[in-house]
Each structure stands twice: as C-alpha cells, then as structure tokens.
Ligand binder design. Structure first.
Ligand code: AMP
Length: 113
C-alpha cells in the first residue's frame, strides 16, 4: 500500500517522532500550522474517521489520551490546544490514513477556514 503515514510507521520515510508505542505513533507535522503541530496516528492503517466502527473505535480514545499527555509534555496544556481530525475532501483530508492534529502554542481562531 502506498501510504506515506504507513511509511513513517515502518521508517521508510523519516519523521520527528515525539511518542511511539505498540499502537500509535506521534510525529511533528512537516508543515506546521502552529508552534506545536503534532500528528497522532494509529499504526494500523485506517483510512479515515469513516472507517471507525465498534471493533476499532478504542484507538480513538487511546489517541486522545496520548494527545493530552503530549500536550502537557509540549507545555501547551495550560493555555489550551486543539485536536483536529479532517475527514474527506471537504474536510480537508489530504493523507488517507487516520490522523489527529494536535495544535497549540498560539491563540487558534474559530471558526476554521
Ligand atoms: P490532513 O490535511 O488533515 O490530511 O493532514 C495531513 C498532514 O500531514 C498535513 O498537515 C501535512 O503537512 C502532513 N504531512 C504530510 N506529509 C508529512 C510527512 N512526511 N511528515 C510529517 N507530516 C506530513
């Protein structure tokens, strides 16, 4: 499968990894939209949030728990941060491997563009 995030998991593509365990990996976004911009992904290939079902949904809460831990480690927990999942064309998804953006370190505007 030609998936860049699977290639990050298998180290075929380099990345700046900030956390990894048997289920997930977190690495810095190559084109950061905020001072802290980290992507957190399941190691298992799941194309998007549309593929979440009762047999794999536990990975989502696992990722959110990791995001909160990483936010504390990155020093953005106190001021606040945003966890974003883009899904599909209109959602702005450009990589078809489920990922959550952890963004912080500046005041993030709302609504998004
Ligand atoms: P999305 O638009 O929600 O699908 O997010 C995909 C994100 O992946 C974008 O923010 C890209 O900057 C980021 N990205 C793409 N390729 C890489 C890479 N090789 N290493 C780190 N981040 C990447």
């Amino acid at each position: 499968m030609d998936c860049i995030f699977c290639k990050i998991v298998s180290r075929q593509i380099p990345s700046e990894i900030v956390f990894e365990d048997e289920k997930i990996i977190a690495f810095r976004d190559i084109s950061p939209a905020a001072p802290v911009h980290i992507l957190i992904i399941p190691k298992q290939h799941i194309s998007s949030a549309l593929e979440i079902n009762s047999s794999n949904s536990s990975i989502v809460s696992y990722i959110i728990e990791a995001a909160a831990r990483i936010a504390r480690e990155e020093g953005i927990a106190e001021d606040g941060f945003r966890i974003v999942n883009n899904c599909g064309k209109d959602g702005g998804q450009t990589v078809n491997h489920l990922h959550f953006h952890l963004l912080g370190g500046r005041n993030l505007t709302w609504p998004p563009g």
